[in-house]
Ligand binder design. Sequence first.
Ligand code: NAD
Length: 434
Amino acid sequence: MDNQHLNAIKQLKKVAKVLRPEYEDKKLFDKVINKLKKPDRVIEGTIRVKMDNGSTKIFKAYRSQHNNAVGPYKGGIRFHKDVSKEEVMALSTWMTWKCSVTGIPYGGSKGGVVVDPKKLSKTELERLSRAYARLIAPHIGPWVDVPAPDVNTTGEIMAWMVDEYEKTSNKRYKTLVENPVATFTGKPLLLGGSKGRTEATGLGGFHILEQLAKKLKFVPGKTSIAIQGFGNVGYWFAHYAHEAGFKIVALSDSRGGVFNEKGLDPDKVLACKEKGGTIGNCNCTDKNCSNKGTRITNVKLLELAVDILAPAALENVINIENAKNVKAKVVLELANGPTTPEADEVLDKNGVIVIPDVLANAGGVTVSYFEWTQNLQGYYWEKKLVLKRLKNLMDEAFLRMWDLKTKAKVTARVATYMSAVKKVVDTMILRGGI
Ligand code: NAD
């Protein structure tokens, strides 16, 4: 078992301790918590893919279905060389909490293939995606488990999987499979995708920022933000925060970053990055590259004395080595698992408020939920409606957490987990049969 799944169990144990006194039947509560320490099922297999040169390669593949007490399993599929059984188990557990905390009717799952997709041609990638869809086809469906894109998987890959799932299932069951389009989310608009999905995670994080700023009495123009990672999530978060008047003082990608204490315009940085290939080069002062920042390393960015630090790239970037150097007042976890449990304790001791990933980046799965409901209805919403409903759910989830945090005098992470875990535990008890 690697660290990530151990981390997920540690977090669950910590919150179980806080919740336990509330339950009369301690034995039953302990049984439910023990069940939640492991996924309901892990589908594990090898998939054979024909390469362009005629050879066949074998890849290890997984789908972890953690819990479906509240609703169908829900979670992405990642293609990465570091995918492991323990990693998908941890990520599926976090999906259960993420769906629960926003109040959407899903459980948690996650899948992955151990592969470096950059080494595949497009046709090889399509064959790999189709082979993975065949592996999981008997275990998914609109009311069973609903996959989506994750690291290195895209809307196009979801389209291939919908197609393969539909063909495979029609053949297997000798009848037309029910609503194959509603079996995957994160699809292109042409194949039943939802408007507003692209910006959903960054925008959801921005709604959390807005609510948090109100609680902490942070005035946008005087609130500085440093963001690590300038991909889908980091860019959209920066875009909306800048638009609302927050000061984005640092941005970075894998090759370094740019810093300007007076504030950067994320759209200009993006334009510059697209020209220069990396944010580190966006420190020029000429008219065409008007960011006027200085270079900063990813290490230094995490240690800036800002109001808000938003890690939006990788897991475990705030760890026991550097947690003591974090000078931000708030860490808004836009990436999945950016803070290790040990670092979390250091941040708490130092008075840093950490808004956890399962809340801060839940905007993506929320709009995936909207996509699924649109697919089930066969009725598609205007973007304005999607974004309005996203804001409502994110605001409510934050306010529920903050209320609990204040009443129970716990950290934002513990409060988030208390509300998420409690809902799942209560639903499992209600269903019975444990
Ligand atoms: P992305 O691939 O679009 O962007 C990742 C960014 O991180 C890139 O700018 C990349 O250059 C940067 N990066 C990579 N390695 C880095 C390093 N060592 N230091 C600094 N920056 C580095 O990915 P994304 O979709 O924006 O996802 C970012 C994070 O958010 C991931 O943890 C992902 O799991 C999580 N997340 C994404 C979504 C979503 O809807 N995209 C939803 C929930 C959570």
